[in-house]
Design a protein around this ligand. Structure first.
Ligand SMILES: [Zn+2]
Length: 189
């Protein structure tokens, strides 16, 4: 069973990263309707009680529309915008306040449209607001996870330092060591 990454600091971007290693492996983590249910649970937006193949198809279509719009592929934008706006027309998931802890809880649903609407509305909010320019792609090799850089100077480079940052650092360290090994020893005279 695939683990879902939740490193994007934004619901709609976490959803986009259910397809991993874009442009290379294209690791699809949403292969069955039950995968979508698992993602909803892990994303902390309640419980999707049933899921169908057609619901999964709609989810994948929305996911790729969000990816297209966030990464700014202009030619595909009209259809991506239509897909996004259509999903957002549906009533979203509903949060309820729980007393006395003042925690909120999402009501479970059997309607995938509510889940997709919540994701679509999050994407619309992101794409139409100032944070749009803070969406970045992880600098890790083949990672391709998009994340929202909320660091004050805007210098975040990795989806997660402990996953991709360290990998790149140790790779460059290895390269440096290798370079040091092949450097000819100084000639003694
Ligand atoms: Zn990464």
């Amino acid at each position: 069973m695939w683990e879902f990454p939740f490193r994007s600091d934004r619901l709609c971007l976490d959803f986009v990263s259910t397809l991993g290693s874009r442009r290379s492996l294209e690791l699809e983590r949403l292969r069955a309707p039950s995968d979508l249910q698992r993602w909803v649970r892990q994303a902390g937006i309640g419980e999707l009680q049933t899921a169908s193949k057609s619901g999964l198809g709609r989810a994948l279509e929305l996911r790729e529309a969000v990816y297209t719009l966030v990464t700014g592929n202009a030619q595909q934008q009209p259809s991506a915008i239509a897909t996004l706006n259509h999903a957002a027309l549906h009533p979203p998931l509903v949060a309820q306040l729980e007393a006395p802890a003042h925690k909120s809880k999402w009501l479970p649903t059997a309607d995938v449209g509510q889940v997709l609407s919540t994701i679509a509305r999050d994407a619309i909010d992101l794409l139409s607001g100032p944070l749009r320019t803070r969406v970045k792609e992880c600098a890790g090799a083949d990672c391709t996870i998009l994340f929202l850089d909320t660091s004050r100077p805007g210098t975040r480079r990795w989806c997660a330092m402990e996953v991709c940052g360290n990998q790149v650092k140790s790779a460059s360290l290895r390269a440096k060591r290798k370079a040091a090994r092949v450097t000819p020893a100084p000639q003694s005279t």
